[in-house]
Design a protein around this ligand. Structure first.
Ligand SMILES: [Zn+2]
Length: 264
């Protein structure tokens, strides 16, 4: 049986002499494994469209629950990702996150849209990489049912959270004085407002906010910590990206002033 699917290629692995095994994200099939026979041979017509971090219209042949790619036409190459190592590394991290969360055999239109919009922003340099990364992480957590509670202080209930902090073990925002002795990350009113926007905005408006650098740093730390908490594991492409930009994982940089002694 033949079918046509638009697919974002999350990962490619070389197989045999000239084949690729692809992990792809589609709206209809969710996460799917595809065989792209001959994709690495010089004469292949599907070589370009079956590269990692390409969005392509694929004609698939399905048999016994397995899919192979028969035709592939590039819909979006995200050329900007390939011109700069830092952008490509971030794109690879976003793809690994999508692969971790996407389900097999059930539709994933929201994840696909988030992936495409975010990769486009990274590729085109829209909004800056730090902002796109933070928004993607928080939005992904929200789509997967891990939206942190941001509407009011989770302890005292007031909507105007006083000197907001984030509790990375609970996914809650609370007033500084309400955190008691729990581990926390600092927020600001502006960073908290941005969190609410990212979680609730229409998909195409997700990046329609602006933050001062200091507030963006707070947001970035909270988003990364929360997503790592939700995955419950290290993500190798994040480590690589961090090494590349000369940073360290935010998990390692929580200031001691924010973590009461003896509570780590
Ligand atoms: Zn409170």
């Amino acid at each position: 049986m033949y079918l046509t699917e638009n697919a974002l290629i999350l990962r490619e692995v070389r197989f045999r002499e000239s084949d690729r095994i692809l992990t792809a994200l589609t709206a209809d099939l969710g996460k799917v494994t595809l065989a792209a026979h001959g994709a690495l041979s010089k004469k292949s017509r599907i070589a370009a469209a079956t590269q990692q971090l390409t969005y392509a219209e694929l004609t698939l042949f399905a048999k016994d629950g397995r899919y192979s790619v028969r035709e592939a036409v590039t819909r979006e190459a995200f050329a900007g990702l390939r011109s700069e190592l830092e952008r490509f590394a971030l794109g690879t991290y976003l793809a690994e996150c999508l692969e971790l969360f996407a389900s097999e055999g059930q539709p994933e239109p929201d994840l696909l849209q988030l992936g495409l919009n975010s990769l486009y922003a990274v590729s085109e340099g829209i909004g800056g990489l730090k902002k796109v990364k933070a928004a993607f992480e928080l939005r992904l957590a929200g789509l997967e049912g891990y939206a942190p509670a941001t509407d009011s202080c989770a302890v005292c209930g007031r909507a105007d959270i006083q000197e907001p902090v984030f509790l990375p073990d609970d996914g809650m925002t609370v007033c500084r004085k309400c955190r008691k002795d729990r581990r926390s990350l600092p927020l600001s009113d502006a960073a908290l407002t941005a969190m609410r926007h990212i979680l609730n905005a229409a998909p195409k408006k997700m990046l329609s906010f602006s933050l001062e650098d200091a507030d963006l740093d707070l947001l970035a730390k909270v988003s990364e910590n929360w997503l790592l908490h939700c995955t419950g594991r290290e993500i190798s492409s994040l480590q690589y990206y961090r090494n590349l930009i000369g940073g360290v994982l935010s998990r390692d940089t929580e200031g001691p002033e924010e973590i009461p002694r003896g509570k780590e």
